[in-house]
Design a protein around this ligand. Structure first.
Ligand code: ATP
Length: 234
């Protein structure tokens, strides 16, 4: 579904990503793990079309152009950004309506908003509230629901568990598993590597803008070197 080769992204003098190559097959959960500043967010932001880049990103066989976020969204790539990107001064309902702006099937899209309320009943309860008044976990649900409303094929999740309590973190990880069962392909950026490797099929470990290791999630989780360096040695 996604084939990236030799991706480079610069922020002026700083090179955020240095020659990354990776693939994602349809139906997989692929994790990007690594320390702060490793280049994980830069990679997913480039895929979403939010950054200039050099190298190739092919999605369903078509090369993606840099800075083509809206086109990529219409092609089925949705990003839930780090920090969620919720519009705090808008209501829950208004935030969800933002999620359908790229849809031409308006009537069906409104039905989808209702389906999201069925999936996340707390959002229905809070539909008239300002999004800033939601808890961190509720905001993450809202961000994911909003992304799903574009009916993506590839969902890019940037640190969805950041700042969440353990119970809500488990909820989000379970949700990712369910979404995959429903046919969605997921690229998951996470710092909680141990938990991530439990739900991912494959993972890429990034360091200073490069892929240093990749493989089946289970074998990475059991690799003593990886465990020592990134999983707290447990
Ligand atoms: P984090 O978990 O902290 O988000 P990350 O692995 O996602 O880490 P990136 O955010 O992709 O890492 O950052 C990769 C490199 O690019 C870092 O050196 C970072 O300082 C730099 N960088 C990221 N965003 C910018 C920016 N807007 N301007 C300048 N440099 C940036």
């Amino acid at each position: 579904m996604l084939e990236i080769s030799n991706l480079n992204v610069r922020y002026g003098a700083i090179q955020g990503v240095r020659g990354i190559s990776l693939t994602v097959k349809a139906g997989e959960i692929v994790a990007l793990i690594g320390a702060n500043g490793a280049g994980k967010s830069t990679t997913v932001r480039a895929i979403a079309g939010l950054l200039p880049f050099t190298g190739d990103i092919a999605y369903e066989g078509q090369k993606l152009r840099p800075n083509a976020a809206e086109k990529n969204l219409r092609a089925g790539i949705a990003l839930v950004p780090e920090g969620r990107g919720i519009l705090g001064r808008m209501t829950v309902e208004e935030n969800l309506q933002m999620g359908i702006y790229c849809r031409s099937d308006h009537a069906e899209a409104l039905i989808d908003i209702n389906r999201m309320y069925d999936r996340f009943p707390i959002l229905r309860e809070r539909r008239g509230n300002l999004a800033s008044l939601l808890s961190g976990g509720e905001q993450q649900m809202l961000a994911i629901a909003r992304a799903l409303l574009s009916r993506p094929k590839l969902l890019l999740l940037d640190e969805p568990s950041l700042g969440l309590a353990p119970k809500m973190t488990s909820f989000v990880f379970d949700l990712i598993g369910s979404l995959r069962k429903e046919g969605l392909t997921v690229m998951l950026v996470e710092q909680k590597a141990r938990h991530t490797l439990k739900i991912a099929d494959r993972a890429y470990l990034l360091e200073m803008g490069k892929v240093v290791t990749s493989g089946m999630a289970e074998s990475l989780a059991n690799d003593p070197q990886i465990s020592e360096a990134f999983l707290g040695g447990r």
